[in-house]
Structure formats: C-alpha cells, structure tokens
Design a protein around this ligand. Structure first.
Ligand SMILES: [Zn+2]
Length: 225
C-alpha cells in the first residue's frame, strides 16, 4: 500500500507524521513516550541492578483490550512470557492470591534471589485529530473508544458521584467493573477530584495513581519491601 506510511512513503513525511502524532498524544499526556523508547529505557535502567531477561519475571497488569497486546508482546520479548494479572481498566482484581502466584515463579539465582518486574498501566487512545479516547479498530467502520472501561468509570461517577458505597463488596455479575468503579471512587475521594467535571483524560490519570497504590498494596502484603 502506498501512502503516508506505506512502503513507498517518503521517510521525511513518516518522521513528520510520527512527530505530529507524538505531539497530539503529549498534548493530553505530557511526557508520554513511544513504547520502544520506554522499554529500552526500562531495560537499560534495570540492567544496572542485575535484571535481565533470563533471570527475571515480568508481571503485567494492563487492560484486557486487545490494543494493549502490542505492549505486552514487547515486554515478553525482553523478559520472556509474563505472568498476567490483567483486569478491565487495568484495575488489579487478582488480589494477594494472584500476586502471590506471580511472585513465586521467577528463576532463583545461586544466592536465592528472585527478580520481578511489575508493569502496570492504564491505557488510552488519541486519534489522528488529537481527540482523546478515539480509536478505530480493524474491520469496524465506526469509531471505538479506549479505554472503554475508564469511560464507563467517567459516566459512573458523573451520574452517581464518588461517595463510598458498599465498600469491599463487588457485583458477582460485574466483578471487575464494580471493583474498578469502587476503587476509582476511593482514589478520587483521596485526590478530592470533582466527579462532575472529570473527563476521560483526567480519569486515566486517576487510574494511573490508583494502579500505583494497588501494586504497592498487593506486593507489600506478600513481599517484605
Ligand atoms: Zn481498556
């Protein structure tokens, strides 16, 4: 196929296109990096502490959306097959049992040390016009959304507010969705975020903070930090 990104495209136009796309993403998410750039930095930084692909195990926690597969595949290329703790919206739903399983599978070095690398992310789309949450999926003419679970969370808090409700419980028919909303509400209360004005970009940032807290909570309960 010929075109801006086709095999016959002018390399200069490809660079300009990628620079434009990067700028549109960073407009909503300052500091965002391309996946290869990010993972190269991670690999180099962790190598300084003795983490290599053959002596470490990655645990990945991202949304179930197939569009996150590119990132997961690249993590697998570096650290081998990762232990999967994915949940809708990237919320950690596997609990200490799931985390505990993940952190008992890494190679054990001669000194008895095990090395784990946690990757936990919300995900987001920004289309070619710079519109957040907009994504076109293969074989579907209509525009889709990403992250749909975080858009679900935006609508839930706009309609229902962020007051605590049945904390610690979840809907058996909607386990991940109900846990996601409950934890998003908790995080928003901590941040004193306004549910009436929040948009999907801000919700993605709330989710990012939530993931950091969840990862620390689950791992600290299983690993002496
Ligand atoms: Zn998603």
């Amino acid at each position: 196929m010929q075109g801006a990104l086709g095999s016959g495209a002018d390399p200069t136009s490809i660079v300009a296109h990628l620079a434009d796309r990067t700028a549109k993403v960073q407009n909503h998410y300052p500091g965002a990096l391309a996946v290869d750039d990010f993972l190269a930095r991670v690999e180099v930084a962790l190598a300084a502490y003795g983490f290599r692909g053959d002596n470490s195990l990655a645990l990945t926690n991202v949304c179930r959306d197939e569009s996150t597969g590119i990132l997961k595949a690249k993590i697998d290329e570096i650290f081998g097959q990762a232990f999967n703790i994915n949940g809708l919206g990237g919320v950690v739903t596997c609990g200490v049992t799931g985390i505990g399983a993940g952190i008992s599978h890494a190679p054990i070095d001669p000194s008895g040390r095990e090395r784990y690398v946690f990757f936990a992310f919300p995900h987001a789309a920004v289309d070619e016009k710079g519109e957040p949450a907009s994504i076109y999926r293969p074989g579907r003419a209509e525009k889709s959304n990403a992250c749909g679970a975080l858009l679900f969370a935006v609508n839930a808090v706009k309609e229902g507010g962020i007051e605590e409700d049945s904390a610690g419980e979840h809907d058996p028919k909607e386990p991940e969705g109900s846990i996601l909303i409950s934890r998003i509400k908790e995080q928003m209360r901590m941040e004193k975020a306004d549910p009436k004005t929040i948009d999907v970009v801000e919700m993605t940032k709330v989710s990012y903070s939530l993931l950091r807290n969840c990862a620390l909570c689950c791992t600290s309960s299983r690993v002496p930090l």
